[in-house]
Design a binder for this molecule. Structure first.
Ligand code: MLT
Length: 264
């Protein structure tokens, strides 16, 4: 079932009396990146996915977003749906939103799953890359930006062996509004560093990382896991940054094991 909350497209699957999981997607994707998880995990949990403001079928507004406004949106969805301490699961930009949400409102969640993300803010090189991306988009290079960015997100094996699935993701990403995409780039470049809250996370936490992830590599994510007291680290072999799409069975099993172990 789909509904609009605060001008955001929200998709609901599973029985709403079950424990809830809110999935927050990465950039420049949309809620459909969690499709394989929702199909499997909604058998036992109430799965909530949504399109982040500026992407997919959610409003683009004026394209002026911040990480804070993204957390406001997440909180609004949880409140509107009256979710009782859902599990929060975010990938990459969705992980930045999740980490900042935990810093602001940890008490609203029961557990945390971080896929292919990092707690550090953009360094100078990262900031200049965002600026170059905006310049490229402004000079008519939206499609080449999406092409190159999405290619860098996936592992070689997936692109070679699952070409149709890969092309479908690229095509969906191309359908985004360029103002929304630039708004997300500016929200990411202006995000805070959440590293100093890692040791204050009290929730059971699962960290999932693709072995070939170039954007949030295994050593970075392993170090995050070491700083979070009640955490476990799962490395997904032969997989890039997009673990839920590239290796759905491994990711689903890791999530199910984690939830069962923590009696959620
Ligand atoms: C994502 O997958 O959300 C992006 O790679 C995040 C980023 O560009 O920092």
């Amino acid at each position: 079932m789909k509904e609009m909350i605060n001008e955001l497209l929200v998709s609901l699957s599973g029985r709403n009396e079950s424990n809830a999981i809110v999935f927050v997607h990465g950039f420049p994707f949309d809620h459909k990146m969690w499709q394989a998880q929702v199909v499997e995990i909604s058998k036992d949990y109430f799965c909530v996915t949504y399109d982040i403001r500026g992407l997919g079928e959610s409003t683009v507004d004026d394209g002026q977003f911040t990480m804070e406004s993204f957390v406001d949106d997440l909180e609004k969805i949880i409140d509107e749906l009256k979710l009782n301490r859902p599990v929060l699961c975010g990938l990459s930009m969705g992980g930045y939103i999740s980490l900042r949400a935990i810093e602001r409102i940890q008490e609203k969640f029961s557990a945390l799953i971080l896929c292919d993300t990092k707690s550090s803010a953009d360094d100078n090189e990262g900031k200049l890359k965002r600026a170059a991306a905006i310049k490229l988009i402004n000079s008519g290079g939206f499609e080449s930006f999406i092409d190159a960015f999405v290619l860098n997100c996936f592992g070689e094996k997936f692109v070679k062996e699952k070409r149709n699935e890969y092309d479908a993701v690229v095509n969906r990403s191309m359908m985004n509004n360029s103002i929304g995409v630039k708004g997300c780039l500016l929200a990411m470049v202006s995000r805070t560093d959440t590293t100093n809250i890692l040791n204050k996370i009290k929730l059971p936490t699962l960290i999932i990382c693709g072995s070939e992830d170039k954007l949030s590599p295994p050593d970075v994510m392993k170090s995050m896991a070491e700083q979070i007291p009640n955490s476990e680290f799962v490395l997904v072999k032969n997989t890039g940054h997009m673990t839920p799409i590239e290796s759905p069975q491994v990711v689903n099993q890791a999530i199910k094991n984690f939830l069962t172990k923590n009696r959620i």
